[in-house]
Design a protein around this ligand. Structure first.
Ligand SMILES: Nc1ncnc2c1ncn2[C@@H]1O[C@H](COP(=O)(O)OP(=O)(O)O)[C@@H](O)[C@H]1O
Ligand SMILES: [Mg+2]
Length: 230
């Protein structure tokens, strides 16, 4: 299998040695196949967000190895880790984390700072993405003025602006009605057809029950319960 990401015996302990020590992830070995949609499924507290943060180079494992494009990132110095994160991943957060008071354009541009990409290239990329997500007319509008569906598309646009190979989404439909959840899935499916690898952490059956979502990694108490056959 061509895996974009592979983990080997990864564990994450929070508050190590303290009374409130939590082993959020325990000995997880998984592979994220390139070009597919993978879902981390499991109840609240099962470790989905922690695992997403680990593979997305947002945090480091307590034990184990994480290979991104074949390279072990677990012990990389901070600035190299930041580089891998910026180059490889786009993030869609649980509450979208859009910044009020900033326009659509300003929110979408956030992952590009600081960066060495030149202004004109950035403009072109921005235009393309806004067009693709039907946001061109809203480019100068402050995000708090947008509808839920538009805000969702801004979050997706922001995850795409650095042209990542992998998009990571944490409970993307948790605060959306059925129609918007379906819209989200349609957009993500289109991105996947265009070649993006997608990883979604969710406990929403509307996502993991879709027949075309065929790579499900089930989490329970920080461990992988079972992996659907590829
Ligand atoms: N920063 C943190 N500090 C301490 N405990 C944490 C932290 N993040 C997550 N946890 C704990 O780790 C476990 C897994 O949490 P999480 O990864 O958020 O699960 P999920 O996303 O499946 O709901 C939970 O017991 C949670 O309370
Ligand atoms: Mg979570």
């Amino acid at each position: 299998m061509d895996a974009v990401i592979r983990t080997e015996g990864v564990s994450k302990v929070f508050n190590a040695g303290l009374a409130d020590e939590v082993r959020a992830i325990a000995a997880v070995s998984i592979e994220i196949p390139r070009g597919r949609i993978t879902v981390f499924k499991g109840p609240s507290g099962s470790g989905k967000t922690t695992l997403l943060g680990l593979i997305g180079c947002m945090s480091r494992p307590t034990e184990g190895k994480i290979f991104v494009e074949g390279k072990d990132v677990a012990k990389l110095p901070e600035r190299f880790l930041t580089n891998v994160r910026r180059k490889t991943f786009g993030f869609i957060f649980q509450h979208f984390n859009l910044i009020r008071g900033l326009t659509v354009r300003e929110n979408v541009m956030l992952p590009l700072y600081p960066t060495d990409i030149d202004g004109r290239q950035m403009e072109r990329r921005m235009e393309e993405i806004l067009d693709k997500l039907d946001l061109t007319a809203k480019r100068a509008v402050k995000v708090e003025k947008l509808s839920g569906g538009q805000q969702q598309r801004v979050a997706i646009a922001r995850a795409m602006i650095n042209e990542p190979a992998v998009i990571l989404a944490d409970e993307p439909t948790a605060h959306l009605d059925t129609k918007l959840s379906e819209d989200f899935l349609n957009i993500v499916t289109t991105l996947n057809i265009d070649g993006k690898t997608i990883v979604i952490a969710t406990h929403d059956p509307l996502i993991y029950d879709k027949p075309y979502i065929d790579n499900i990694i089930e989490m329970r108490d920080g461990a992988v319960k079972e992996t659907a056959p590829l």
